[in-house]
Design a protein around this ligand. Sequence first.
Ligand SMILES: Nc1ncnc2c1ncn2[C@@H]1O[C@H](COP(=O)(O)OP(=O)(O)OP(=O)(O)O)[C@@H](O)[C@H]1O
Length: 588
Amino acid sequence: MSRVGVRRATWRALRSRRRQLAGLCGWSMVESLPALLSGYLVARAVDEGFLAGHLFDGLAWLGALAVAVLVGAAATGRTYRSLGAVVEPFRDELVDQVVRGALGDATRAGGRPDSAALARLTHQVEIVRDTFAGLLMVTRGFLFSAGAALLGLLALAPVVAALAAAPLVVGLAVFLAALPAMVALQRVYVRAGEQLGQSAAAALAGHRDVLACGAQARVTADLEGQVAAQAAAERALARMAAIRSLSLGIGGWSPLVVLLSATPWLVQRGLTAGAVLGALIYVSTGLQPALHTLVQGLGGGGLRYAVTLENLLGVYPAVEGRRRPGSATPPPPVDTDHRAPAVEVRAVTFGYGPRARPVLRNFSLTLRDGDHLAVVGPSGVGKSTLAALLAGLVPPQAGTVRLAGATVAGVEPTVLARMRVLVPQEAYVFSGCLADNLRYLRPDADDPTLEAALDAVGARPLATRLGGLAAPVTPALLSAGERQLIAATRAWLAPAPLVILDEATCHLDPALEAVVEGAFGKRPGSLVVIAHRISSALRARRVLVLDGAEPVLGTHEELMVRSATYRLLVGCWDDPATPARAVSARRG
Ligand SMILES: Nc1ncnc2c1ncn2[C@@H]1O[C@H](COP(=O)(O)OP(=O)(O)OP(=O)(O)O)[C@@H](O)[C@H]1O
């Protein structure tokens, strides 16, 4: 995501809150009253009061200044209220988008949202909120305070305004010229920190694997390299602070020097002592602090704002334009071949680490469109691994997995979502209404379509119990089976031609499981069921037995003859839903 994206998002946030921004500007104007009047009132107090021998007149002018200060202080409180009205809605939009994006990614990938990443992103949203607020405050503070001080200087004498404004402009120009380089360095620093955080977290989470593979030295060297890179980035950023000091020196301090050294000349031209004092007050209490705040604010929080927002927009670009279910842009088309097999696994070898024994070795499988396959085997043999390979969640170390002719390894989640839907055992349901949960993989589905899906999958009683499509869903209050039923209905609605159920109905009673699998069996496309009960195998057209040796593929009858593992599994499965009628139903 580019800087242009950040600029566009910022302008959009400001433009859409013009009224609140006008309020902020109005109160800022009142707040800058002391900055506008201070030098002028002091000049009058000195010239017409104290130097003229009129003590009370002088005090009266200073009293007027005190009133202006009180009014300004009262206005400061109101500026913060207006600031909240501009900043908080922007923050809400960002949070909304980040959470939607994370849920969308998780649902499309058929798993849980990455809560650590989500926490990191919402923390970044808070950073953006705080720095956006800071940026607004320092920018408008500079514009109004420096503007007011320059106006005051003009009122005193145009020549002193020119003497003070010239160095200010040069100092500001130096700072603005260095700003892009500062943003670039800040970006490098933030990226280095993120990379280090991710690598450290990955190393910590996988420390057993690291030890098992004997990779401690390599992992430590990698992390040390990243620590060094982050330190170098921080040093480079710190060096940039020198530029900030230079611009402050030119723009903030040299106007004072210029004015002081020009005093004799100014006095010769008829400038009064009060006017000289007033000009010095404008520079030292108006221009200089305004520039100081701007430079420190932009150079600190402003850089963090730009880089953090850039980061967020890069993860969820829709932050730029709020994405709503139903208005989602369709994912790019998948380059599929309708004549190709629905699933084609060719000579796949996969293991969870270079030294780990492969879970699948030289494994091949072909399913035609409309096929219905059950996968059975002892615990830990690799059934879920096969499901993950078919779903493109893990890439094979050798061989290929193709769905309708398209390779799945390394494909974007949005594209994968068009090719297959994987329903894991841990059903993912999010807080929201039932309809939102069901529509997640098919945002354009209207209510009648959702109702039809509920009927097909046998989820109608659950929907009625919850209170209909608009009823709120609280995942923690649902039973595991109810969550599975919602996830199954969502998958049934998905446009993907291949459905993979990985023990996705294990918490349903056998009768409801039969209804769900029957619904998927009638759905156009292909179905792979990692079987939890023998009844699932009996309903399938073909069964794949994985037992660590050579996988065996066949019908139930064939496998009863050919596979001792299968016979053993059938014998062990204590399944009340295994009557002969299930076999005859399948045959029919
Ligand atoms: N992320 C992982 N990292 C390392 N090893 C893993 C990982 N996931 C699974 N394994 C190992 O791979 C093998 C196959 O696991 P898998 O979950 O595919 O088996 P399964 O047949 O689905 O088992 P179950 O029926 O108990 O769910 C097991 O030995 C398991 O310990």
